[in-house]
Design a protein around this ligand. Structure first.
Ligand code: KIV
Length: 265
């Protein structure tokens, strides 16, 4: 049985941290499953990591469902959530219900994640009332990039911290079962944590959240650019892959590949 919402609450209560990672395709999802992560997220960060776009604004519902299907195929036994892309849930709670329903029905994922606090609470309620589990997402919200004026750390001053706490409470009251806290000082994350009873998952939010999430390609060191401060590279996959392909090219040219063991008789 995959872990479910009850298990995440139990983990919070027992102090066992929750490990969430993003995945965008079948192979990554299989790796995440074998590694034993607790939750896999099809993040709309696929816009930047997979599609090479500047931000997440242009990802479509169809693209998210396409990736969610691939991921879920490898994750029969792992709780899986999918981001609702920009403008697939903001217009109205009805629009959100239709689109979240499509994500769950077509891909088989277990939950959706949406960005926003108080302003999306009504939508969160509409979804959870209709059997769609919701993960909230506050702090730095990449879909708000044009309002925030960049990828800036949030919750640095008291009024911002108060707002984060109010937003988190509103999401919990509306029925969200978990909240992602992105890019904030750990004191701000702790204030949120101390004011709600559902699990918090941090990304650049310090050490006190109930769990952590990282973008797959950041965690395994696959991207060419220097990652943000909060990222830890748990492997240097990019260098390993480049070296593997260099050796491949050299062996093709020298004739060392294919060798006796690679040919049919
Ligand atoms: O899109 C994403 O990948 C995310 C997180 C990593 C939280 O929302």
């Amino acid at each position: 049985m995959p872990k479910g919402i009850e298990d995440f609450i139990k983990m919070k209560l027992s102090g066992e941290k929750i490990a969430m990672i993003t995945a965008y395709d079948y192979v990554q999802a299989g790796i995440a499953a074998e590694a034993g992560v607790d939750i896999v997220l099809i993040g709309d960060s696929l816009a930047t990591t997979v599609q090479g776009k500047e931000n997440t604004i242009s990802v479509t519902l169809e693209e998210m469902i396409y990736h969610a299907k691939m991921v879920k195929r490898a994750l029969k036994e792992v709780f899986t959530a999918c981001d609702m892309p920009f403008m697939s849930y903001q217009v109205s709670a009805e629009q959100a219900l239709t689109n979240a329903g499509a994500i769950l029905k077509e891909s088989g994922v277990n939950a959706v994640k949406i960005e926003g606090g108080k302003t999306v609470a009504g939508t969160v309620k509409r979804l959870t009332d209709n059997g769609i589990p919701v993960i909230g997402h506050i702090g730095l919200m990449p879909q708000f990039i044009n309002v925030l004026g960049g990828y800036k750390v949030q919750g640095k001053i008291e009024p911002q911290i108060e707002k984060l706490v109010e937003d988190a409470k509103a999401l919990e009251d509306a029925g969200a079962f978990m909240i992602v806290l992105e890019a904030m000082p750990e004191e701000a994350a702790l204030s949120v944590q101390n004011n709600i009873s559902i699990p918090t998952i941090g990304i650049g939010a310090g050490r006190h959240t109930d769990g952590q999430v990282l973008v797959f390609y950041d965690a395994v060191g696959m991207l060419p650019q220097k990652p943000p401060k909060f990222v830890k590279k748990f492997a240097d996959s990019r260098s390993a892959l480049i070296n593997a392909l260099k050796t491949y090219g050299e062996e093709v040219k020298s004739g060392a590949f294919p060798s006796e063991e690679n040919i049919y008789r």
